[in-house]
Write a protein that binds this ligand. Structure first.
Ligand code: SF4
Length: 544
């Protein structure tokens, strides 16, 4: 690469400045000496000299030095990705592949992990061929940091634009760090950069059918100035990470909110395994509460000093007893019969599949409705789209038939309201009926939040948490699909994936079972809570 892409500074003044600073920094890279100096001969294989970093390792190191250390030396301590996380990562890869179509004639650098040299050489070959307009996954290395640039776009005069593709719909702060390390390596490797950009999805794009309009699907945001402003920090940060990695043990970092930002750290279970189950981190509410308690040396919820100001929910979690608010019965009795219990499942394709939809628009594919009549009779109805078409109209018509025009519609959170409003917008001829259904929604979540607490909630009001506390026999642990993320993933696999008929049948049954459990849970929670308001009680506090 160096021979074809001279390392002389670009004409871009900021790039030139950064290159000068890079030259200074490269002279300051420490002589790390031999591993024998640190731990003796046995350490030579356990702690190789200066482990190679990458852009993801750099971003990990920015989040937490301990995370980087564990990723390098003991990756087996990480919790494996669940299917949902893996699906999100796969979606990012898919978006990256679609993005490449914006650069016809671009060539992908194949890289199997054993063959870095080949990938580096291939990148250099492609760069020296002026007929190649773009290099995908351009592989570059500088000072033992390896990056694979999503798209290196050739501009005039042997200059390049470095482009990172993200499946997000906006630029986030972490993207600037991601681009800064790539820029550092690219410039160090001699690439003459003219611009640095992020290509992300455009949430305002409405797919009109036919070929996806790639120019409208993506937004290319020029971040040259913002990234270069961050570039000066990179060498020092790398030095600090590399020095940390030469230590014989991982740094002592207390887990806290930084473990979830910008990404959920896979070592969370490992780092918190010895924390008390009543660790103050588990208090619901703003993170400053945890920070203030940690500053005061308070580790468990039970030792929070009496005068410390807590919200109502936090106080109930501290009290750790069942609490029934005086207005719970009245709130629950505000429903009108027949009471429907409704739950939607939806999926959010990154690249729109159906005309009139946008990237990441939630598309409902399933609902379940348990209807309780005043005489106690319960009827169940459900819908699950059976093909790969746009499910919305068929789903809406079936729903209108099921909920009729009477009774409250019990839901848990504002999700169903948003789905109904979206359906009303998308289906003008059903707008009036769907809006009328939305007006009948009766949300159980704020009622539970305001009027009831059980120690089994552990500060959460998620239906997946409160159901086992109130009706243990109904929890989700015996279901193949036990959360909405997995339901969406499995639906996508059933409707659009290469799954055989038997697998489709299995997924379909699991989806129906899951959604049905959600609405049965709603019904049971409503009934159990109401029953509690009639139970004789000496007082409103029941110790666990
Ligand atoms: S869980 Fe937190 S403290 Fe532990 S390695 Fe990850 S980010 Fe660092």
């Amino acid at each position: 690469m160096r021979s074809s892409l001279p390392s002389s500074p670009s004409d871009h003044p900021a790039v030139a400045t950064s290159l000068r600073s890079l030259c200074g920094i490269s002279a300051r890279v420490p002589d790390t000496g031999s591993a024998l100096n640190r731990k003796g001969t046995m350490q030579l294989s356990l702690f190789p000299l200066e482990p190679r970093l990458s852009k993801s390792k750099y971003v990990s190191g920015l989040q937490c030095h301990k995370r980087l250390y564990l990723e390098i030396y003991t990756p087996e301590l990480a919790t494996e990705h669940d299917e949902e996380t893996q699906a999100r990562l796969d979606a990012g890869t898919d978006v990256g592949e679609v993005a490449r179509r914006r650069f016809p004639g671009g060539v992908l650098v194949d890289y199997d992990h054993g063959n870095l040299t080949v990938a580096l050489r291939r990148t250099e070959e492609l760069a020296s061929n002026p007929s190649i307009p773009a290099i995908f996954e351009a592989t570059l290395k500088f000072e033992n940091v390896l990056v694979r640039v999503d798209i290196l776009e050739r501009l005039a005069d042997d200059r390049w634009r470095l482009i990172e593709v993200k499946a997000s719909t906006r630029t986030k702060d972490v993207h600037l760090d991601d681009l800064a390390i790539q820029t550092h390596v690219a410039m160090g490797a001699g690439v003459r950069l003219e611009g640095i950009a992020l290509l992300h999805l455009n949430r305002a794009y409405v797919y009109e059918g036919g070929e996806v309009n790639l120019d409208r699907l993506f937004v290319q945001q020029d971040l040259t100035v913002a990234v270069l402003a961050r570039l000066a920090e990179v060498p020092q940060r790398l030095l600090s990470m590399k020095a940390m990695l030469m230590e014989p043990t991982a740094p002592d970092v207390d887990p806290g909110h930084h473990c979830h930002t910008p990404y959920v750290c896979p070592f969370w279970d490992h780092c918190t395994q010895e924390k008390d189950p009543r660790w103050v981190f588990y208090l619901p509410g703003p993170k400053r509460t945890f920070d203030r308690l940690a500053e005061q040396g308070v580790h468990t919820i039970d030792t929070i000093p009496g005068g410390f100001k807590l919200s109502d929910t936090q106080q109930r979690m501290k009290d750790n007893v069942e609490w029934i608010g005086p207005d719970l019965r009245a709130a629950l009795q505000a429903v009108r019969y027949p009471v429907h219990h409704l739950d939607f499942e939806g999926f959010m394709p990154a690249v729109p599949l159906f005309p009139g939809t946008r990237p990441y628009q939630t598309l409902p594919f399933q609902w379940s409705n348990h209807t309780e009549h005043e005489d106690g009779i319960v009827r169940h109805e459900e819908y699950l789209c059976a093909n790969a078409g746009d499910p919305r109209e068929e789903l809406a018509l079936a729903l209108l038939r099921s909920v009729g025009r009477q009774g409250s519609i019990c839901v848990y959170s504002g999700y169903e309201w948003r789905i109904l409003m979206d359906l009303a917008d998308a289906l003008p001829r059903l707008k009036r009926e769907l809006s009328a259904v939305a007006a009948r929604l009766w949300d159980l979540l704020p009622i539970v939040r305001r009027h009831y607490y059980h120690p089994g909630f552990e500060g959460s009001f998620s239906i997946k948490v409160i159901l086992p506390a109130l009706a243990p026999s109904l929890d989700y642990s015996n279901l193949e699909i036990a959360d909405g993320g997995l339901a969406s993933l499995e639906y996508y696999r059933m409707a659009f994936g290469k799954t055989d008929a038997a697998e489709k049948t299995r997924i379909r049954a699991s989806l129906l079972e899951y959604c049905k459990r959600d609405t049965l849970a709603l019904l049971e929670i409503r009934k159990i809570l109401l029953q509690k308001t009639f139970e004789p009680r000496d007082q409103n506090l029941t110790p666990v």
